[in-house]
Ligand binder design. Structure first.
Ligand SMILES: Cc1ncc(COP(=O)(O)O)c(C=O)c1O
Ligand SMILES: N[C@@H](CCCC[NH3+])C(=O)O
Length: 463
């Protein structure tokens, strides 16, 4: 929701505090297809269904809170990205958004590659049968053990993030008698229009090697000089939840400029560039994300044009969408526990989860939508704040939302677009048990990540 907002109907006209809210939607029962996954509907009884299963039956079988992931939607998005970029480009799904073995199998079947950024993600990918050559390994401080594991497994590429790592990876590869394919991650000096914590291409931050001051050119020099490395390209990732293509265009232009400099200095045309992930999705009806084919067209055109101008062969492009694939495919289902109206302010609706299953609102001031899903209601809109059950007043799931005024304990409410960076960033704060992820498809639901149990908590506590 935007901060611009106008007061709601008469009931709220003189009481709405400053905030992010807009006017309430004209129909609170409507599910905006922009923010809900593809197979979500409301049935004749007013219940929301996904993959043909109603939220009440899902809650009975799997409990709440729980993430429900629309498998058809996930697969369709993988295909849309693969088709948009075509045979001459590679799409790497960014596993940090959400990774499980089922997801790895879907990716493998749909022909996508995978970007991992830790030993744990790498193990998950390999254990579910993702061919190592389709894996890219990222991270700004990979341990020697992680590098060893990646090189031994034969990952398709390691993205080098520092001068120390150039030497480390070369050393490990040589000790294993291998030549590792690598890219160098550069920071192109773009200020992406997104939250400060998720912008990654301005110079004052921890990722990559700056183009400015000739640092990236020096990194290329060193990588080309080491026998254990095969430098295949340059990588740039400008940030996350970005709608404006301008940042990607500047990034592409600067990366191509570096390729031209490398050609001039070394007589080598690096064959690949990776433009990272970061494409935004709709969390509320006001967000307007681009379709994969628009993104593919814009990126391909700019790279081709810049390469022609520089007299370079067009390199193979790769991208790394995480959020744009998995984000819209899931919602979190909660049961309402308490409803607390604060006169002249808003109503606090407490659910059985919170910042342990969705930290994004607290961390980035992220905006979400919410709907009553176990029934419809004709009650008037009520300015609400959906909060969790943790010991923090910042434990907010949806900062400003309109729910029907008769929302009550026992109702099920759902927050859409929680497929990315929710389960993967979930915590055990207050010894919360992390919720399950349930994949739903064609009338069948299957747990792909089970709910944590108290035994899981106690198993780690060995003192
Ligand atoms: C190197 C890299 N690639 C890809 C991604 C995926 O980003 P997103 O999920 O926003 O597409 C990230 C995370 O921001 C990243 O750091
Ligand atoms: N975790 C972040 C984005 C960072 C992505 C990883 N580089 C989010 O939820 O938006």
């Amino acid at each position: 929701m935007s901060r611009s907002a106008h007061p709601a109907g008469p009931r709220h006209a003189d009481v709405l505090p400053e905030g992010h809210y807009t006017a309430p939607p004209s129909d609170l029962n409507r599910l905006d297809p922009k923010v809900w996954s593809r197979t979500v509907r409301r049935d004749e009884q007013g219940q929301v269904t996904v993959g043909g299963l109603s939220v009440t039956e899902l809650a009975e079988e799997f409990g709440t809170p729980a993430y429900f992931l629309d498998e058809d939607d996930f697969r369709a998005r993988c295909r849309a990205w693969a088709e948009a970029f075509g045979q001459d480009a590679d799409v790497f799904y960014a596993g940090k958004a959400f990774l499980s073995r089922a997801v790895v199998r879907w990716l493998t079947e749909e022909g996508l590659n995978l970007d991992v950024c830790s030993g744990g993600e790498l193990t998950t990918a390999l254990s579910a049968g993702m061919p190592a050559e389709r894996i890219a390994f990222h991270g700004n401080n990979k341990s020697t053990e992680e590098i060893h594991k990646a090189v031994s497994a034969g990952v398709g590429r390691i993205v080098l993030d520092s001068f120390q790592e150039i030497v480390r990876v070369a050393h490990v590869a040589q000790s294993l008698g291998k030549r590792q394919r690598v890219q160098i991650r550069v920071t192109v000096g773009v200020e992406a229009h997104t939250h400060e914590f998720i912008a990654t291409a301005h110079e004052d931050q921890k990722f990559g090697i700056a183009l400015a001051g000739g640092q990236a050119a020096e990194a290329v020099r060193r990588a080309l000089s080491l026998d254990g490395l095969e430098l295949i390209g340059i990588h740039s990732h400008i940030g996350s939840q970005i709608f404006d293509m301008a940042g990607f265009e500047v990034s592409a232009r600067r990366v191509v400029q570096l390729l031209a400099e490398v050609r001039d200095e070394h007589g080598v045309e690096l064959p690949e560039i990776d433009l990272g992930g970061g494409l935004g999705i709709a969390y509320t009806s006001e967000d307007d994300p681009r379709e994969p084919h628009h993104i593919a067209k814009a990126l391909t055109e700019i790279v081709t044009r810049e390469c022609e101008a520089a007299g370079l062969r067009t390199p193979r492009i790769s991208v790394e969408p995480g959020r744009a694939i998995v984000g819209p495919t899931a919602f979190t289902l909660y049961e309402v526990g308490t409803v607390k109206p604060l006169e002249g302010l808003r109503t606090y609706v407490s659910v059985d989860g919170g910042m342990s299953d969705n930290i994004r609102t607290a961390l980035y001031d992220a905006e979400y939508s919410v709907a009553l899903v176990s029934r419809t209601s004709d009650a008037e809109p009520m300015l609400s704040r959906v909060v969790g059950k943790h010991c923090e007043s910042g434990d907010i799931v949806v900062r400003d939302a309109f729910l029907p005024a008769d929302v009550a304990p026992g109702d099920l409410i759902a927050v859409p677009a929680t497929g990315a960076y929710c389960r993967s960033m979930a915590s055990n704060y207050n010894h919360a048990l992390r919720p399950p992820v349930v994949a739903v498809r064609d009338g069948e639901a299957r747990v792909i990540v089970r709910r944590e149990t108290e035994e899981d908590l106690l198993r780690l506590d060995v003192g």
